[in-house]
Design a binder for this molecule. Structure first.
Ligand SMILES: [Zn+2]
Length: 256
């Protein structure tokens, strides 16, 4: 986990994420305005991947929710982690919320029991590459392919055969090639609209305020269940999830 504690690593993540957030906000507005004709129909009741997961999906970066305009997608990145993932799972269970877990390949390989627990609880899997390289967009296609396809295999093996349905480039470092490759394997490129900034550990109140103020700009919210002390993440989720429900939001998955 040393790589997650590095300031440089995190700095790159933040810098990249910031750019994506701006683009994502613009894209989400367009998506919202596009209405039903602009997106796929929700696949009600589909949480466990099946044969359809391997079909070609769209190559553009998804932000919308399968629950429509009042849907929220909770996304949890960088795990699974033996300390924090079980606590996040318990909180989501207590809250009645399904989420999308963007897993790092080496983490999935090290903790297959946690990958299976995530799937068994009805959450979805997302491929977050083998080694969380936030400079993927500067690397060769061969390197990108290895990072994506090896992680797909590692996560699928750890889950017992359940495939990741999304691909999220670390730090948002997508390329046209990586999006195309992931989509061809049934993994929809996945962005985010709201960065809780839990990696900075700014305090629960600040994180809650960020989500409350930014959720109107797009439905996909970014949290982490690895990479350091995630107690603030748990605290923020504990406040944010009931608040979102009170506001009339429902919890879904990113569109595929
Ligand atoms: Zn990440």
């Amino acid at each position: 986990m040393a790589r997650h504690k590095g300031r440089a690593w995190h700095g790159r993540l933040l810098a990249a994420g910031l750019g994506v957030t701006v683009l994502a906000a613009a894209a989400s507005v367009w998506t919202a305005q596009a209405g039903p004709a602009g997106g796929r129909q929700p696949q009600a009741g589909v949480s466990a991947p099946d044969a359809r997961s391997q079909e070609q999906v769209a190559e553009d970066i998804a932000h919308a929710s399968d629950r429509g305009a009042r849907g929220v997608n909770i996304t949890i990145d960088d795990g699974p982690d033996p300390v924090w993932t079980p606590q996040v799972l318990q909180l989501l269970k207590d809250s009645g919320v399904k989420a999308t877990f963007c897993m790092v390949g080496t983490q999935a390989r090290a903790h297959p029991d946690l990958v299976k627990a995530v799937v068994a609880a009805g959450h979805r899997l997302c491929n977050h590459t083998v080694s969380h390289d936030t400079t993927m967009d500067t690397k060769s296609e061969a390197y990108q392919s290895q990072q994506i396809l090896d992680a797909e295999r590692m996560i699928t093996k750890a889950s017992g055969g359940v495939r990741p349905q999304y691909y999220r480039a670390p730090g948002g470092a997508f390329t046209p090639y990586s999006r195309q490759l992931a989509a061809s394997r049934g993994m929809r490129p996945l962005g985010w609209n709201v960065d809780s900034k839990d990696f900075e550990q700014p305090g629960v109140d600040t994180m809650v305020a960020t989500v409350k103020s930014e959720i109107s700009g797009g439905p996909t919210v970014l949290f982490h269940d690895a990479g350091g002390d995630r107690s603030q993440t748990l605290g923020a989720l504990r406040e944010v999830l009931p608040w979102l429900r009170q506001q009339g939001y429902s919890f879904g998955f990113p569109v595929r």
